[in-house]
Write a protein that binds this ligand. Sequence first.
Ligand SMILES: Cc1ncc(COP(=O)(O)O)c(C=O)c1O
Length: 453
Amino acid sequence: MGDLSSRGMPLDPLSGSLREYRDPKGTDLFARVEPFYDWQEQRRQGEYWPYSRSTESAPQPLCAVVDDAGRAFKGVNFASQDYLSLASHPAIKQAAKATVDEYGVHSAGSGAFLGNTRFSLQLQRTISDFLQLEHTLLYPTGWAAGYGVIRGLIRAEDHVVIDALAHNCLQDGALAATPNVHLHRHLSLPSVRRVLAHIRSRDTTNGILVITEGPFSMHSDTPDIPSLQDLCHEYGAKLLVDVAHDLGNIGEDGRGHVGRQKMTGKVDLVMGSFSKTFASNGGFVACNSIAVKEYLRYFGSTGTFSNALSPVQAAVVQKAFEIVRSEEGRQLRADLMRNSLYLRGALTSEGLEVMGDPSAIVSVKIDDEAFARIVSQKLNRTGVIANLVEYPAVARGTALFRLQVMAKHSRENIDRLVSGLRLAISEASAGSDYSAPSLSFASPALQAGAAGG
Ligand SMILES: Cc1ncc(COP(=O)(O)O)c(C=O)c1O
C-alpha cells in the first residue's frame, strides 16, 4: 500500500467517513481520489469494510458470501432485499426461463423507441390496476424512476419540498432539476406546512413537488400520507410517494402504507422499485394523468435515454405481482411481518435500540460508529451477514445495522442472528483484538448487550 500516511487523510480504519472524500480538490482527477482508496484499503485489510460483498449462492436466508478482499464466509443472511422470498421462487424462475426461450434476454431499445415488449405493456397495466392509478411508466431501475420523474416534471423556477431523509435518487433528482430544493424536517407535517406557506407567499406562478417515502429506507418510519396530500391540495402542490420498501409486502392486500392509510388511487404520483419485493431490477411511476405519463416517456431522461426493462425482468415482475395478489402472497406477507416482529422483540430484549415501524427493514441503532465497525467485523466471523450503514446515510458519529427480513427466514435463522450480534458486541466491547483507547462504549443499550454476551 506504500506510504499512505503521506497523503494527509485519516488512516485509522475506525475513523473517517465517506463524506470526507466526497469533494476532492486538485487538478489531477485521478490523483485526488487516491486518499479515498488508501482509507478504504486500510478498512478492507482490517476487515472493517463491509461493503461491495458478493454472493456465491442465491440470496436466501442462508448464504455464502465473499467480501471485498476475497475472504469467503457463510452465514444467516439479513443483508439481501428479497422481502417475500420471491427471487428463488419456482414459479418466478419458471417464468424467467419460459420468457428467455420465447423472447431472448434483451429489450434492445429504450421504451421511447422499440424497447417495450408484450411483457412490459402487460406489467404496466398490472401495476395500474394494483395501485388504482390509470397510467404507469416503467423505468430500468427504481433509482431511475425516482430521478427521472423529478427531472422530467420540475424546471428551474419550480420548487421541490423533500423530506431530509429521502432516498438519494430523490435528492439527486431534485438537485438536478432546480436550485429551489427545500428540505423539511423528517416526517414533520408542521415543517412541510411552513415551507409550503413560505414558498406560496413569494411564488404563486410555479410548480411545487412534495416528496416522501413510505416507509423510509433507513429508519423504517412512516409519513402521514393523507395529511401530506391534503397539504398539497391546499398549497397547489403535487405529492410524490416512493413505495420502494412497502409495495407488495405490507398490509393485508400488499398495497403498502398507501393502502393502509386508505390512499390507494388518491396520491398524485407513486413511484417504486421492483428490487426489494418483486425479484428484479426495475422501477415505475404511476399516476392518473395520461399527459404526465406521455410527457415523462420523452422528458424523463433516465427512461427516455436508457434501454427498457428486459422481457425477462418484466415477466418476472409480472409473475411476482400475481403471487403478491394471491393467497400465497397474503401468507408470505404474514410470515414476513411475523419475522419482523419476532426479530424486533428479540433485539429489544438484548437491550438494543430498534428504530421505526415494523416492516421488512429492522434497523438497529449503534451510538458509536467506530464500535459499530468492530462489531461488523466480528459479525462476519460469527456467521451473520448484515449491512452496516454509516454517516452520511445516518447522523455523524453513529451507525446502524440495517437488517432486511425475508418471509422465508426461520425462527432459527433469527435466533442465530441475534446470538451472533450479542457475541460480536460482547467481543467488540472486550476489545479482543483491537485496542483503541479513544473508543467510548457510551451507549447503555450496548453495555446491556455486551453484558448479555
Ligand atoms: C427508497 C428507495 N427508493 C429507490 C431505490 C432505488 O431502487 P433500485 O434498487 O430499484 O434502483 C431504493 C433502493 O435502494 C430505495 O431504498
